[in-house]
Design a protein around this ligand. Structure first.
Ligand code: 5GP
Length: 189
């Protein structure tokens, strides 16, 4: 099968970036999809690297012109979406597209790409472990941790049965092995 898509979604603290980066290092045919956004660049972010940056007006015009595979107004006035041109750019190289997207976005993309897509939900073994990891990370206030844990619990509930594969990140090495097996066999199809 050509023109493949792999979608990763996870609540924060599940270890998604670590697993996705491991896979990107292992399989040269995987390429990250760069989203378009109307939010301003943060810090050192550059157009065409972290995101394609546009003004809200430019973004709205592109919606009118049907340039997006999918888009969402994630925060009021801040649009995020996947350009059709980005999908074509990656497929033209014979690469498989990797999406790292929130749970709702992941479900939407799976609906759009159907059998061309493998959707993987990465989750922490339990809400308690997730809380411990977020505390250990030391980047959030106790209130923010409560909010993230509550969001994660509802995302886990929402995700159940909607993804092709649920990867429980209990032991990182085991999670790498399982991810390699699932992604490896999808890429061979
Ligand atoms: P941030 O502004 O922190 O980079 O991203 C904010 C949110 O936008 C994240 O939850 C992220 O998943 C979502 N997001 C990023 N790119 C896309 C996209 O292409 N489509 C959709 N629907 N959401 C996106």
């Amino acid at each position: 099968m050509n023109n493949k898509v792999i979608i990763f979604s996870a609540p924060s603290g599940a270890g998604k970036s670590t697993i996705v980066n491991h896979l990107l290092g292992l399989y040269p045919e995987l390429e990250f999809s760069i989203s378009a956004t109307s939010r301003a660049p943060r810090g050192q972010e550059k157009h065409g690297v972290e995101y394609y940056f546009f003004t809200a007006d430019e973004f709205r015009s592109m919606i009118e012109e049907e340039k997006f595979v999918e888009y969402e107004e994630v925060y009021a006035g801040s649009f995020y979406g996947t350009l059709k041109s980005e999908v074509e750019r990656i497929w033209a190289k014979g690469h498989a597209i990797v999406f790292d997207i929130d749970v709702q976005g992941g479900v939407n993309l799976k609906r759009i790409f159907g059998d061309q897509a493998l959707s993987v939900f990465i989750q922490a073994p339990s809400v308690e472990v997730l809380r411990k990891r977020l505390i250990g990370r030391g980047t959030d206030t106790p209130e923010a941790i409560d909010r993230r844990v509550a969001k994660a619990a509802s995302e886990m509930e929402f995700a159940a049965g909607k993804f092709d594969h649920v990867l429980i990140n209990d032991d990182l090495q085991k999670a790498f092995d399982e991810a390699e097996e699932v992604i490896g066999s999808f890429l061979k199809k």
